[in-house]
Design a protein around this ligand. Structure first.
Ligand code: GDP
Length: 418
């Protein structure tokens, strides 16, 4: 796939979690399964792909916000690294601005922890659509249902299971997929890459039926046509159900919940499928707006008046620099492109600072290599080398439409995605 993928095939996501809940491990597994990472860097070796800085390696936490690109089933997933540690909330803030959706990881033993709550509220502030992954179900003391209850109690949300675990702790072997009503069983092996479908085990049949009912009632409630279809025929197609779950996930009407163990490689591939199925592409959310006048307040009325930048590769270019990393090749400026198309020979305006910038080389960062690209389009993310004076939060825009993008606001969900 080139950098010019159709907009609907792009997902710009973050992974957010309480420290130690498994964000790094899950990212590693995702990079592994997407085939980009050929060797797995274990956290305890301090050899993880998203860790750029020695400091992080020492602490075992990720404090930078680089973006890694991977491919899954003909889609491009850009993972924007949101720091998990409480001290780095300003960093989290910055990266949340450029996400279209997020995976929110909680632990299967402790459930929602204080820092998960902080991160959740931040994501709420930016209206980030989320799917939840209950991790570490292999650990002693793990309890899916108890962890699930903490979602409702501590976050006050309608959490909606799309899966139920089969077995727990060392006997955790798979999940019941409540959307397709089948069991997914992992076959072991060091990397757990293999799994197969089975009938739902007899001892879980009642529970699966109960939760399927809940899934249908909750998911279909976002779409009256789908609900009527269900009442008439007594069933709905998998496509209709998935469409309703996506609507609910994007609007925040409910929060889909999946589960597994990233460390033991169970549940990560279905999680990737869920990213494609339920998290929005750049065109499923309203575009970013231009910034207000300097002295204008960000009241909802004022914000609503401001122009929305079209998510359109043919429109004038507009992008936001969201992360700057210095490495041995020089300064890398990570830019989320909201509109237009930019070629490596182009010049743009830094409209925040009011000067021209010449674009030199452009890259997309994969787990183990940087891939040079010749152009980047609306909806995507790229790292630019050689920008002279562009800081985090600056807008880069075409000189024929030198907009300044809003710095804090996050694109709000568009409800109609059908
Ligand atoms: P982060 O701080 O959220 O990035 O968490 P890490 O991915 O660094 O994981 C923290 C610790 O938990 C590491 O020692 C991981 O090996 C371990 N871990 C991560 N996922 C799992 C899991 O599914 N099961 C178990 N048992 N351990 C896990």
């Amino acid at each position: 796939m080139t950098s010019t993928s159709p907009l609907g095939l792009i997902r710009n996501i973050g992974i957010t979690a309480h420290i130690d809940a498994g964000k790094t491990t899950t990212t590693e597994r995702i990079l592994y399964y997407t085939g980009v990472s050929h060797k797995i860097g274990e956290v305890h070796d301090g050899n993880t792909t998203t860790d750029y800085m020695d400091q992080e390696r020492e602490r075992g936490i990720t404090i930078t916000s680089a973006a890694v690109t991977c491919e899954w089933k003909d889609h491009r997933i850009n993972i924007i690294d949101t720091p998990g540690h409480i001290d780095f909330n300003i960093e989290v803030n910055r990266s949340l601005r450029v996400l279209d959706g997020a995976i929110f990881i909680i632990e299967g033993v402790a459930g929602v922890q204080p820092q998960s709550e902080t991160n959740w509220r931040l994501a709420d502030r930016y209206n980030v659509p989320r799917i939840i992954f209950i991790n570490k179900l292999d650990r002693t003391g793990a309890d899916f249902y108890r962890a699930f209850d903490t979602l409702k109690e501590k976050l006050d949300i309608i959490a909606l299971p799309l899966q139920l675990p089969i077995g727990i702790e060392e006997n955790f072997i798979g999940v019941v997929d409540l959307v397709e009503m089948k069991a997914i069983i992992w076959e072991g092996g060091e990397l757990g890459a293999k799994f197969h479908d089975e009938e739902i085990p007899a001892e879980l049949a009642d529970k699966a039926a109960e939760y399927r009912e809940l899934l249908l009632d909750t998911a279909l409630s976002v779409d009256t046509v789908a609900m009527e279809e269900y009442f008439e025929k007594g069933e709905v197609s998998v496509e209709t159900l998935k469409r309703c779950i996506k609507l609910g996930a994007i609007s925040g009407a409910f929060r889909p919940v999946l589960c597994g163990t990233a460390f033991k490689n169970k549940g990560v591939q279905p999680l990737l499928d869920a990213v494609l199925d339920y998290l929005p592409s750049p065109v499923d959310v309203e575009g970013i707006r231009v910034a207000g006048e300097e002295d204008e307040e960000d009241t909802p009325e004022n914000v609503a008046k401001r122009r929305v930048i079209p998510v359109d590769p043919a429109a004038p270019f507009a992008g936001l620099a969201f992360k700057i990393i210095n490495d041995k090749y020089g300064t890398l400026t990570f830019v989320r492109v909201y509109s237009g198309t930019l070629k490596s020979s182009d010049s743009v305006m830094n409209t925040t600072k009011g000067h021209k910038e010449r674009i030199g080389r452009m890259f997309q960062m994969h787990a183990d290599k940087r891939v040079e690209i010749k152009e980047v389009q609306a909806g995507d993310i790229a790292a630019f080398v050689g920008l002279k004076d562009t800081g985090t939060g600056d807008t880069l825009a075409a000189s024929e439409d030198p907009v300044v993008l809003e710095r804090m606001a996050f694109p709000v969900p568009v409800i109609d995605i059908s």
